[in-house]
Design a protein around this ligand. Structure first.
Ligand code: AMP
Length: 144
């Protein structure tokens, strides 16, 4: 079977991201693939819409600044060069698909909690990424 050539690791920058990274790095080592990483910032306006009657732009900027620093630290610990680090605003599933298309990734690596019950019904990011993915998806078991 052909080796992967470009792996996209999608990370939420929580502690669990290192499990996703570990698997993505192991695959990079065995296949010689290029590795890119992506963190998606969900706009507060998308999450809260008109529910909070205040200007969220300052908080949004702080979130972006913090995410930028954390993504850079995360990526440099994995030897991912700056041009392969992506910070994008939007909905995670949509942006992960869109970037995978754009950079012609042939494998997306995400974390999966294997949740049950209501969370399963509502769907997780891993589920969302799997549906309609333009390439293979590896869901790495993280947490519970
Ligand atoms: P969740 O279903 O939200 O617990 O997330 C499961 C996995 O989806 C994470 O381990 C990441 O691989 C990916 N993911 C979730 N949120 C984001 C995000 N904002 N940016 C990039 N990847 C994400």
């Amino acid at each position: 079977m052909a080796e992967y050539t470009h792996i996209l690791a999608a990370v939420d920058l929580t502690e669990e991201s290192h499990l996703v990274a570990k698997r993505a790095c192991a695959l990079r080592a065995s296949s010689g693939a290029k590795l890119s990483c992506l963190h998606v910032i969900e706009p507060l306006s998308l999450a809260y819409g008109g529910d909070i009657p205040m200007d969220l732009s300052t908080i949004q900027e702080q979130i972006q600044d913090t995410a930028k620093i954390h993504l850079a630290e995360f990526a440099s610990s994995l030897n991912i060069p700056e041009e392969n680090q992506h910070l994008i605003f939007g909905r995670p599933e949509t942006e992960i698909h869109s970037l995978a298309n754009q950079i012609r990734a042939d494998l997306i690596v995400v974390g999966s909690h294997g949740r049950h019950g209501l969370a399963l019904l509502l769907g997780s990011t891993a589920n969302g990424v799997l549906h309609g993915a333009p390439c293979d998806v590896l869901a790495v078991r993280v947490g519970n």
